[in-house]
Ligand binder design. Structure first.
Ligand code: UDX
Length: 452
């Protein structure tokens, strides 16, 4: 099929490249010439594993074209996927970019004879597609449903694993406004992906996306609450608790005694809390949507509240362990909101750094990919140094805080903490290190959900 994609951020570009890779002809539409030039050269404007090589491949084979010409792209395609941003402003998502894109597509459809399906891929709260997008499309095109189609097709892409998530989805949700839209749109996926296609209406599709992220965030906050109770009680290892909980067959199915997914307990791991461009924003947006329509969502509010406590709890523990923070030098290992990305949006590490600066600590920060973005985020903060080598960040410090579980960080041998730090003490906020091994090397170990 010929497919246009509006918006070439994480979602739009990964979707475009993967659909082109699967044999479709894709037009990626963006207004920024810098982005179009970069894509046209086969160089991904975003940091995402596997994306560069796949982009180069589809550009070389003429399967993907980047363009600013929306009109031509829509005219030459059967489906337009809208994957523009939905910034979180004033306690809810702003639909400015969505509305604008929908209006522009609608206006082009006015002059298009062939049936065309518009797809909303951006995350939008339930009722957006049928009560906001549909009327705009009708008005701009001067046409009725049936002359054009409309679907809501949410994405479940994790940054850092987005390509693999797209190529191997757990499920494909198609929220179609009518049967004809579904029949046409499903051809994108039908012969190319080995995953169940779930046909629903647009509101259900919108809710599936929010419910999915909310459940994952709930599991994280739940694990962190169990960790907090365990810390206060002392002598409990909350990581062992949650790993054991996760081994219940109801969470982690087994085939012939083998775990299907060895990392199935992932979202049940105590840690520094969740961040990123999706979880905090999506849960807060669902809360405000829910309140607006008259339901007070108690669990979702607690999920955010527990997450917002995490940085304060880390700081509190640190103050207890180091006695005085203001005359200490601390290494921050990891700035990105999670491993395998340079993204620092809503990063718990950045939030902790701000708190530590406020408390007067001297900080030496390391991240294998996110240093530049973190510098921008922390512009104007004094007493802060950045390093591209973790050994330099560790040198002469009184404590190291492990905030992002990049492999290069979790693989740091304990002998190096001993060698480079003034006083080898590690605060493991990702529960990625072996505390028994730390002890053997004479490294003091503190972990989320782990107190002697
Ligand atoms: C998430 C969803 O997983 C994805 O399906 C959706 O499309 C977009 O939002 P992403 O934000 O890229 O993806 O990251 P994810 O890997 O899910 O992690 C989100 C946050 O939770 C990160 O801060 C991560 O560090 C944290 N997390 C994740 C934990 O604290 N513990 C875990 O066990 C897993």
């Amino acid at each position: 099929m010929n497919i246009s994609i509006i918006g070439t951020g994480y979602v739009g570009l990964v979707t475009g490249v993967c659909l082109a890779y699967k044999g479709h002809k894709v037009f990626c539409v963006d207004k920024q010439q810098r982005i179009i030039d970069s894509i046209s050269r086969g160089v991904s404007p975003i940091y995402e594993q596997q994306l560069d090589s796949m982009l180069a491949h589809v550009i070389k084979n003429d399967e993907l074209k980047a363009t600013a010409d929306l009109s031509q792209a829509v005219m030459d395609s059967e489906i337009t996927i809208i994957a523009v941003g939905t910034p979180y402003i004033g306690g809810q998502i702003a639909l400015t970019y969505i509305k604008k894109a929908v209006y522009e597509v609608g206006a082009i459809l006015k002059n298009k004879k062939d049936y065309h399906v518009v797809c909303i891929k951006s995350t939008v709260v339930p009722t957006t597609t049928d009560t906001i997008v549909l009327p705009i499309l009708k008005q701009a095109s001067g046409k009725e449903l049936g002359d054009f189609g409309l679907v809501m097709n949410p994405e479940f892409l994790k940054e850092g694993e987005a390509v693999q998530d797209f190529l191997n989805p757990d499920r494909i949700i198609i929220g179609a406004i009518d049967e004809k839209s579904y029949e046409v749109f499903k051809n994108i996926y039908q012969y190319h992906f080995d995953a169940p296609i779930i046909k629903v209406n647009p509101r259900t599709a919108e809710m599936i996306k929010y419910a999915s992220n909310s459940l994952l965030a709930t599991l994280i906050s739940f694990s962190n609450e169990i960790a907090a109770i365990s810390e206060e009680a002392g002598g409990i290892d909350a990581l062992k608790v949650m790993e054991s909980v996760g081994l219940d067959k109801r969470f982690t199915p087994k085939v012939r005694g083998e775990l299907i997914k060895p990392d199935a307990t992932k979202y049940l791991k105590p840690g520094r809390g969740f961040g990123g461009s999706c979880f905090p924003k999506d849960i807060k947006s669902l809360i405000s949507f829910s309140v607006k329509i008259g339901y007070d969502p108690k669990i979702l509010k607690s999920v955010i509240a527990v997450n917002e406590l995490q940085v304060g709890r880390i700081l509190c523990t640190l103050k207890k362990e180091l006695l005085r923070i203001e005359d200490k030098t601390i290494a921050i290992l990891g700035l990105a909101f999670k491993a395998n990305t340079d993204d620092v949006r809503e990063s718990q590490s950045i939030k902790l750094i701000k708190e530590l600066m406020e408390a007067g600590a001297k900080l030496k920060c390391y991240d294998p990919a996110a240093v530049e973005k973190a510098k921008k985020e922390l512009l104007g903060c004094d007493g802060l140094e950045f390093f591209n080598d973790y050994r330099e960040a560790l040198a002469g410090t009184d404590a190291a805080i492990l905030m992002t579980d990049w492999k290069i960080i979790t693989d740091i041998p304990f002998s190096e903490y001993v060698k480079f730090m003034k006083a080898p003490a590690v605060f493991d906020c990702c529960r990625a290190l072996d505390h028994d091994k730390a002890k053997l090397f004479g490294v003091k170990y503190i972990g989320i959900g782990f107190r002697k």
